[in-house]
Design a protein around this ligand. Sequence first.
Ligand code: UD1
Length: 342
Amino acid sequence: MKKQILITGGTGYIGSHTAVELINEGFDVVIVDNLYNSNAGVVDGIEKITGIRPLLEVFDLCDSVRTNDLFSKFNISAVIHFAAYKAVGESVRMPLEYYRNNLVSLINILDSMKAHGVENLVFSSSCTVYGQPEKLPVTEQSPIQPAVSPYGNTKQIGEEIIRDTTSSSNTINAIALRYFNPIGAHPSGSIGELPTGVPENLVPYITQTAIGLREELKVFGNDYNTPDGSCIRDYLHVSDLAKAHVVAVKRLSDKKNKKAYEVFNLGTGKGVSVFEALKSFEKVTGIKVKYTITGRREGDIEQIWADPSLANKELNWKTGYSLDDCMKTAWEWQKQVTKSNL
Ligand code: UD1
């Protein structure tokens, strides 16, 4: 039987783009998702782009029996683990749900990997582990700071669980990918980000304001110690990010990894302010976005961007899309979603 790559959270934003890139590279993909924050229709979008419909198993990975059964049913060679809750504010209100969901599912996956001799894991981590760094850009050696939210803490603890598991097991190898800020959508307009309710993230808020779903963008602070006073992030295109997962899976499968547990930053290496992001959107779409400047958002980091040189060198990966391309594809997607009312 052909080996399969298991994508947990594969109908989500980054998971679906990764499914596309894997299928395009000839991999056989199985998706597991509980559809808590996504919908099964995403599989249609993946099929439309690739011509291949990945298998979708719908259940919750906190169910250890069903997780183990999944590993019995398929011939899995690697797992890419995206499935997690990801809203920072919500995690402050519902810490136990976040710890349970994000950590129990990870433990169940690791248990099943051990039980079924599956050796390769790629983990979806975040630059949130660095907090507000003292030195910019951040390298993988930059100190980990105490997490400001339960969500961030689940990423830190998740990394530790994986690190300890790889060092205690002779079989499991893992790569944790620390994402900076993924934005944009697949250039086909067939898949993209589908925030439920009011978006928390900047780019969906911009596109929803531009299309008339939101009254105005609130810029969270213009009094930061940055050139234009707004926060700075490292925005990268989601398809660039997705491609890094393909490279990571190949690195593990080909046993090219240098250690049982490796960590890579994934970003462009360039910091962009909220106002610069907004200007880029307005430039490529010709639409003026109404905004007001409000107070700072609690827990926001003033500025952070990646030093992606380790990923450039070791994974032979770098971003290809420009900020303008990101905004263009985000806008095309927003128009598509609004038209078809997805
Ligand atoms: C946040 C999390 C990150 C998580 C990501 C996933 C923190 C510090 N970071 O990223 O760990 O992986 O969400 O969802 O918690 N902004 C506005 N107005 C808006 C929305 C955002 O001005 O309506 C600004 C923010 O202040 C920030 C920038 O836009 O400066 C980006 O915000 P956002 O897209 O929410 O991403 P992060 O906060 O960087």
